[in-house]
Design a protein around this ligand. Sequence first.
Ligand code: AMP
Ligand code: MG
Length: 339
Amino acid sequence: MKTQVLDKHQTDVAAEILKNGGVVGIPTETVYGLAADALNGEAVAKIFKAKGRPADNPLIVHIAELSDIEAFGLVRELPESAIKLAKEFWPGPLTMIMKRTDVIPREVSAGLDTVAIRLPSHPLAREIIKLAGTPLAAPSANLSGSPSPTTARHVLNDMDGKIDAVLDGGQSEVGVESTVITLAGETPRLLRPGGITVEQLREVLGEVEVDDAVLHRLADGAEAASPGMKYKHYAPRADVILLKCSDEDFINYINKHASDGVCALCCDEDLFLLKTKTVSLGRRGDYLTHARHLFDCLRRIDGNKTIHTVYSRLPSTEGVGLAVYNRLIRAAGFEVKEL
Ligand code: AMP
Ligand code: MG
């Protein structure tokens, strides 16, 4: 299959492919998504094939307007909490899980009785959904297990020849996947941290639980509330070692272990102090920028075949820091070295 590269004026071409059951990489504010008609099981199955995604990992359904939920009959009931969150954070990087109807194909829900829904803020994503005239199932447009794509180039690196098209809408603004909250249980629960922070969610809803899988490795055999959490995600080929230490010890430790195969995933302030290869997430403490750059940094590290070890600070769990922490702790296989 030849993968077409579309520019931002070709949303109509993307929509036509989607209407016909094809698969298109689309820009969103979080990361690039691999989109197909969410109400067409056969089209959705192509997403799983292109990504090599395990069939038990459900997809997020993307809509263009809040009213699409009722217009397409996606959920059994729209909880009060969903309306409150939508008012505050939609369009934006927040996914809400609700009880689904039978309109949702089993390919999308992967056997669960719930559906994950998001209204993205990226104008091109919304335009494509509107023109396609159907909600779009769209997981991140990477090969399963590799870092999520934040540019059309990243999508092509993983998907060239496997999908019908990719629409180039520039770099994703948020850079990490959406925050996922389930509203299907008694108490709202954060399943995945992202651009909307747990602090922001609590301001609107009061109590919000944080699922164990956000911060910790799931116990063997434990059921994951969000099936995606049980898979090894976001891992570059090199070993990632997270260091919990002072800024001074961070520099000294890495310089002591410097060699050709070592790279530091660091902050701008460290660049002149480190005697190894470096990839910077941005200014120290600027968690929004760290989130935006994280996956590109991991992909750049992957692109250098000589690198076998990556050292990084253990990220903060504050604000959007938690989203970076969640991705890096998985990349590191949950190991933290305390100096
Ligand atoms: P991605 O589209 O790659 O960002 O992955 C979607 C994430 O949402 C995965 O971690 C899924 O496990 C999660 N997800 C999607 N639908 C559901 C659902 N119905 N219940 C729980 N988690 C879900
Ligand atoms: Mg993904």
